[in-house]
Write a new protein. Structure first.
Lengths: 272, 311
C-alpha cells in the first residue's frame, strides 16, 4: 500500500492530552495523536483499551474531562455529535446502529439529510425544486449502492439482512454524507474471510477515489498491517505506540503489551 | 331463528327503510370520529418521532384547554388566549425535552413510557393548581346553529370541527411527507445514536414534535371542550384514541384519521341499530371490541409498518 494515488497531507484532526473517565474508571488518560489528511489510520489495542471511547470523543458522543480536539484548524474542548456530522465526520458503530425498520435505500438516504436544503418549510412550499433535490440525492445514493455492490438489497429492510451486509449498508450511510473524516469502529468484526476482503477493498477504494481520511479500529492484525498508513496503539487508556505498521510491529512495548509474548507476530502479519 | 333475525336482518332493514335517519347517524359518527382522530394524531406524532407511546397526550389535551379557558377568564380576547396557549404548549415541549427526554436518550422504551405516565400526573396537577379543577365552559365563538341539507339535520359546530380537523391533517401530511423531517423522524424513532451520527439534531426534532403534538392537543381540546366543557374527563378521551391507534397503526397519520372515522361511525351505528339487543350503551365498549378483533388479524393496524424480526 505504498503507491497510493493521494498524497498524505497535514494533520486533519489533532487530539491533545485527552482524559476521559466514567466515575472512577479511567477510559483514556493523556492521549494525543493526529490523523493526517488522506491517510488510513488504524487504532489498535486489547479489549477495553479505550479505542471506541476515542472514536466517541472525536465525534462528540463522549466529552473528555481534559484535553482538546483540533479539527480543520479549529480547537475545541468538546464536540456535539450533529455538529461533528455537519463538519464532515461520519462513522460506523461496533454494534451496527442502522435504522432497522427502514430499507437499505432509506438508510443510506438518511446519510444525506445534512446535504439537503436547510429550510424544510421552504421545501414543503416549493414542490418542484424540492422534488429535483430529492432526485439529485437519490442519484448520489445510487452511486454509493453501485460502489458497495448492494444493488440487489436496495428495497430490503435492513433488519432482515445478514450481518456482513448490514455492515456494508452502515458504511454506505456514512459515505452518503461525503465525509472528510470517516471513523470505522471494527468494520470487519465477525466477518468471514471473503467479506473481510471485500470490506478492505471498499475501505481502500474510498480512500483512493474520494481521498477520504479514514480512522479505523480493527482487531485483525493482518488487515491492519495491510491497509493502514499509520497505526496508533492504545493500552489501558494510554497511547503506547504511534507509527508506520512496520515501526509498530517492531516495537518492544507493543509486542509485550498487546501482541503478547509470542514472537512469530511478524509471520502472522505477513501471511495475509 | 328469531335471534339470527334480530342480529343479522332487522338492523339492515331498519337502515334501508329510514335512510335519512341512517345518513344522520353516519354523519354524527363521522364527526365524532374526526374528534377521535384529532386526539389520536397527537399520539402518532410522538410515537413516530421517539418510538414512545405518550401516555400524557390526553392530559395535554386537557392542559391546553384549561390554559385557554383560564387565559380567557382572565380577560384575554380569544386570539390573544390562543397565541398564549400555543406559547405555553411550546414552552412545555422545551421543558419536556429539558427535564425528561434529554436525560433518557438511549434508554429502553418502557422507561420513556413510564416517564410519560409521570408527566401526565404532573401536568394534570399543574393544570388544576393554576386554573382550578371545576368544570368550565369553553366558548370561543364557534357557531353552533343546526341546519338542514336535503332533509338531513346538521350542526355548524360539527362541520367546523371536521373542517379544522381536515386542515390540520393536510398541513401535517405536507409537513411529514414532503419535507426531509419525515425521514429524520423515522430515523430518530429507530435509533437515537445512529440518528445523531448522521447529524440529526435529536433535541431540535423532539422539541418540534412535542410542540406540534401540543398544538394538535390544543385543537382537540378546543373541539372537545366546546362540546362537553373543560373538565378532568377530557383527559380520558385519550383512552378512546387507543382503539383508533390499534386500527390505524401507531405510525400512520392517515391511519389515525381513517381509524378515528371507522371507530366513530362504527360505534354510532352499533349503538343505534344493535344497542337495544344488548340493553343499550354499547357505544362505550364497542370500540375496544373492534380493536381486539383487529389485534387478532392485523396487529400492525391498517396503515402501520409491518414489524419485521430476523430470527
Amino acid at each position: 500500500m505504498t503507491q497510493r494515488a493521494r498524497q498524505i497531507g497535514d494533520a486533519l484532526l489533532k487530539v491533545e492530552g485527552v482524559h476521559l473517565s466514567f466515575g472512577g474508571v479511567k477510559a483514556l488518560s493523556d492521549v494525543s495523536f493526529e490523523i493526517r489528511e488522506h491517510e488510513i489510520l488504524a487504532i489498535i489495542g486489547p479489549n477495553g483499551a479505550g479505542k471506541s471511547s476515542m472514536l466517541n470523543v472525536i465525534n462528540g458522543f463522549y466529552h473528555p474531562q481534559e484535553g482538546t480536539i483540533t479539527y480543520k484548524g479549529e480547537t475545541r474542548k468538546r464536540m456535539k455529535p450533529h455538529a461533528a456530522a455537519k463538519t464532515g465526520i461520519a462513522r460506523t458503530f461496533q454494534n451496527i446502529a442502522l435504522f432497522r425498520g427502514m430499507s437499505t435505500l432509506d438508510n443510506i438516504m438518511t446519510g444525506r439529510l445534512l446535504k439537503m436544503r436547510r429550510n424544510f418549510l421552504w421545501q414543503a412550499l416549493y414542490w418542484g425544486p424540492a422534488k429535483n433535490e430529492e432526485m439529485a440525492h437519490r442519484a448520489s445514493v445510487e452511486r454509493i449502492i453501485d460502489f458497495l455492490e448492494i444493488q440487489s438489497i436496495r428495497r430490503t429492510p435492513v433488519g432482515r439482512l445478514p450481518y456482513g451486509l448490514q455492515k456494508r449498508v452502515e458504511l454506505g450511510r456514512a459515505l452518503a454524507a461525503e465525509p472528510d473524516l470517516l471513523l470505522l469502529d471494527e468494520p470487519m468484526a465477525g466477518m468471514n474471510v471473503e467479506e473481510k476482503e471485500d470490506m478492505c477493498r471498499f475501505v481502500l477504494d474510498v480512500n483512493d477515489e474520494f481521498g477520504t481520511t479514514i480512522a479505523l479500529i480493527e482487531h485483525d492484525m493482518s488487515v491492519v498491517m495491510d491497509i493502514s498508513d499509520r497505526v496508533v496503539v492504545l493500552d489501558y487508556g494510554r497511547k503506547i505506540a504511534d507509527g508506520t505498521p512496520d515501526q509498530v510491529r517492531a516495537d518492544r512495548v507493543v509486542i509485550d503489551a498487546y501482541l503478547g509474548v509470542s514472537h512469530d507476530q511478524s509471520e502472522t502479519a505477513e501471511q495475509a | 331463528m328469531e335471534i339470527l333475525n334480530a342480529f343479522f336482518v332487522a338492523p339492515f332493514v331498519d337502515m334501508g327503510s329510514d335512510y335519512i335517519f341512517f345518513a344522520e347517524v353516519v354523519i354524527a359518527g363521522v364527526l365524532t370520529g374526526v374528534m377521535y382522530s384529532l386526539v389520536a394524531l397527537g399520539f402518532v406524532l410522538i410515537f413516530k418521532a421517539s418510538g414512545v407511546f405518550n401516555f400524557s397526550q390526553g392530559v395535554m389535551v386537557l392542559f391546553a384547554a384549561l390554559t385557554l379557558v383560564g387565559l380567557m377568564e382572565h380577560g384575554a380576547p380569544v386570539w390573544l388566549a390562543l397565541i398564549g396557549t400555543v406559547l405555553v404548549m411550546i414552552a412545555l415541549a422545551f421543558a419536556v425535552e429539558w427535564v425528561m427526554l434529554r436525560r433518557l436518550v438511549n434508554q429502553e422504551e418502557i422507561v420513556l413510557f413510564m416517564s410519560t405516565i409521570g408527566l401526565s400526573f404532573v401536568l394534570q396537577g399543574l393544570g388544576e393548581m393554576v386554573w382550578g379543577s371545576n368544570v368550565k365552559a369553553l366558548d370561543i365563538g364557534i357557531p353552533s346553529e343546526p341546519f338542514e341539507v336535503g332533509g338531513i339535520l346538521l350542526n355548524e359546530f360539527d362541520l367546523f370541527a371536521a373542517a379544522s380537523g381536515a386542515v390540520l391533517v393536510g398541513v401535517l401530511a405536507v409537513f411529514f411527507h414532503y419535507t426531509r423531517i419525515g425521514r429524520a423522524l423515522r430515523a430518530v424513532a429507530d435509533d437515537h445514536q445512529a440518528a445523531l451520527s448522521v447529524g440529526i439534531p435529536l433535541r431540535t426534532i423532539w422539541i418540534i414534535v412535542w410542540s406540534v403534538a401540543g398544538m394538535v392537543g390544543l385543537v382537540a381540546g378546543i373541539m372537545w371542550g366546546a362540546k362537553s366543557g373543560v373538565q378532568f374527563s377530557l383527559s380520558l378521551i385519550a383512552l378512546k384514541a387507543l382503539p383508533v391507534l390499534i386500527l390505524g397503526g401507531f405510525t400512520s397519520v392517515p391511519g389515525a384519521i381513517v381509524g378515528g372515522l371507522i371507530i366513530g361511525v362504527g360505534e354510532k351505528i352499533a349503538e343505534i341499530y344493535w344497542g337495544p339487543l344488548f340493553g343499550g350503551a354499547i357505544e362505550n365498549w364497542f370500540a375496544y371490541v373492534l380493536a381486539l378483533v383487529f389485534l387478532l388479524f392485523r396487529p400492525q393496524g391498517l396503515f402501520g409498518e409491518k414489524i419485521i424480526e430476523r430470527v
